[in-house]
Design a protein around this ligand. Structure first.
Ligand code: XMP
Length: 516
């Protein structure tokens, strides 16, 4: 087993970034809420070191989160970040003061002493840029600690107890705005905690294959293919692990982009030789969607129809013992919520929820521990073509949520053509990989134009392109005007039915990435 690091989550917005930085340095880690692990759990996880995340609470208040005492008793190195530093100090006998010297955003730390955490990055006497986000600050240290860095707002911006290998930083090394942050974390995981950095995708692949074989035995597995990266990687991994015990079902909703369905079928059936059921049910979906223009109704209709078709196809092939799913780590992490109560449903994303129970299947989820970029790396390791692995995400309901209002075959065709041109231009400009998602939206609006000497009265189309790291927040992509002009001209000239093009410059929030 690879060396591992445990991250105790106190509810920071950026806890996942700690995990990503640690993994990028070749060390496996998991995030666990501070109150979901006890001494037995810690011992069973067997980490080489523990990182305490930041969080929104204040240790100066009663009833706010604390790390389990065992964290400081097991002889393991501990790194406390922001709230993590404060609770470590408070729990070990130091003092934290509430709210006078708030520091948010860019700040500078004066390195006043050498420290294993700074080795090779921050020399004594240097002033280094960091990113801060705190209202409370440490004002006296527990026995055994010394201060190694200070800032204007935080006299104990970095502290160390070398004998116990306990370290604390008030700033956030996990965010990009702390330029040497990744190296500081690496010093903790590699030099201080002694991790070897041997967690690679090649190693993960072998391990995942063994686990799938152990879980599935001689059982039969069914996997829903969508053409997206996650389900494709699951399918190829499972095929390597259990060969023809796997059958893939591709529910072709007729709501995909131009040529996409054929690509999926060719890649999996012909290239990989994976048993594949291609349920070509576009007409069924269009029929069910006829007359529906409410976004949530569309999604629910598509979700329900998808499940019906999937279930029927699964029955046709004699059923299965397991359902394989491309669940990723961010879906699994239980986030710490201090507010409580259910969050509002903005959009009901569709997946095959409910199917495993309905059909009495167990789940196989080999990507549960991975972040999206790691899934891409695994896909490459499995030999999936780069054009597949580097694909922009595509939503389950497909083009249906990119046509506000009622969906018709004509509108789908118009949108497909516009979308193809747009993506072609993005690829030609070498911008595809710099963008998280790009697509055209066909607006239910007709506008007047003049084409040649004729009056036209056609649809308007909106182009959308966003940058994002996880789809949770996003910003519009700043194309230059020449690019936008060229693309708009091509769409208007080449696509019958569109005579006006606009570019959507809404960020998320307040907008969402998709229009519906
Ligand atoms: P929004 O529009 O909510 O989208 O900002 C965030 C990300 O999720 C994708 N998306 C979906 N994916 N089923 C999916 O599988 C859905 O119903 C769905 N709706 C949105 C969207 O493309 C973006 O990547």
């Amino acid at each position: 087993m690879s060396d591992r690091i445990l991250i105790l989550d106190f509810g920071s917005q950026v806890t996942q970034l700690i995990a990503r930085r640690v993994r990028e340095s070749g060390v496996y880690c998991e995030i666990v809420p501070f109150n979901r692990i006890d001494e037995a759990g810690l011992r069973a996880f067997d980490p080489r070191g523990i990182i305490l995340s930041g969080g929104p609470a204040s240790v100066t208040k009663l009833d706010t989160p604390r790390a389990p005492d065992a964290v400081f008793r097991l002889g393991l190195p501990v790194l406390g970040i922001c709230y993590g530093e404060q609770t470590m100090v408070a729990q070990l006998g130091g003092e934290v003061q509430g709210g006078h010297h708030r520091e948010f955003g860019r700040a500078f730390v004066d390195v006043i002493d050498d420290c294993a955490l700074f080795e090779g990055v921050w020399p004594k006497g240097a002033r280094e840029q960091v990113w801060m986000s705190h209202g409370d600050r440490v004002i006296s240290l527990p026995e055994g600690f010394r201060v190694v860095g200070t800032s204007n707002g935080a006299p104990f911006a970095a502290i160390a107890d070398d004998a116990r290998r306990f370290y604390g930083v008030q700033f956030h090394p996990e965010v990009m705005h702390t330029p040497h942050g990744a190296q500081l974390l690496r010093n903790f995981t590699h030099a201080i905690a002694g991790c070897r950095g041997d967690w690679t995708m090649a190693a993960f692949k072998e391990h995942a294959i063994e686990r799938v074989r152990a879980q599935v035995g001689k059982g039969r597995v069914i996997c829903g293919l969508s053409g997206g990266v996650d389900s494709s990687v699951v399918a190829v991994l499972l095929h390597e692990a259990i060969g023809d015990q796997l059958t893939c079902v591709f529910v072709d909703t007729g709501l995909m982009r131009a040529g996409e369905a054929d690509e999926v079928v060719a890649l999996f059936r012909e290239h990989y030789n994976i048993p594949l059921v291609h349920a070509d049910v576009g007409d069924l979906f269009l029929g069910k969607l006829a007359g529906i223009s409410d976004p949530e109704k569309k999604r629910k209709t598509i979700g329900a129809t998808f499940i019906d078709v999937f279930e029927a196809e699964a029955k046709k092939i004699g059923g299965a013992d397991f359902l394989a799913q491309g669940t990723l780590y961010p879906d699994v992490i239980e986030s710490v919520s201090f507010i409580g109560g259910p969050s509002v449903t903005i959009k009901s994303h569709h997946n095959v929820g409910g199917l495993p129970e309905r059909m009495n299947m167990k789940l196989v989820e080999p990507l549960r521990e991975l972040f999206k970029d790691e899934v891409r790396a695994l896909g490459r390791e499995l030999g999936l073509p780069d054009s597949f692995v580097g694909r922009h995400p595509f939503p389950g309901p497909g083009l249906a949520i990119r046509i506000p209002g009622e969906i018709t075959p004509d509108k789908l065709e118009i949108l497909r053509q516009a979308d193809t041109i747009y993506l072609e231009e993005i690829r030609n400009a070498g911008l595809y990989d710099a963008i998280w998602q790009a697509f055209a939206v066909l607006l239910p609006v007709r506008t007047v134009g003049v084409m040649g000497d004729e009056r036209s009265y056609d649809f308007a189309c909106a182009l959308r392109a966003v940058t994002s790291t996880d789809g949770m927040t996003a910003d519009y992509y700043p194309f230059d005007h020449a690019f936008l002009g060229r693309t708009a001209t091509r769409i208007i000239n080449e696509v019958r039915g569109i005579n006006r093009v606009t570019y959507d410059i809404t960020s998320k929030p307040p907008g969402t990435i998709e229009w519906e």
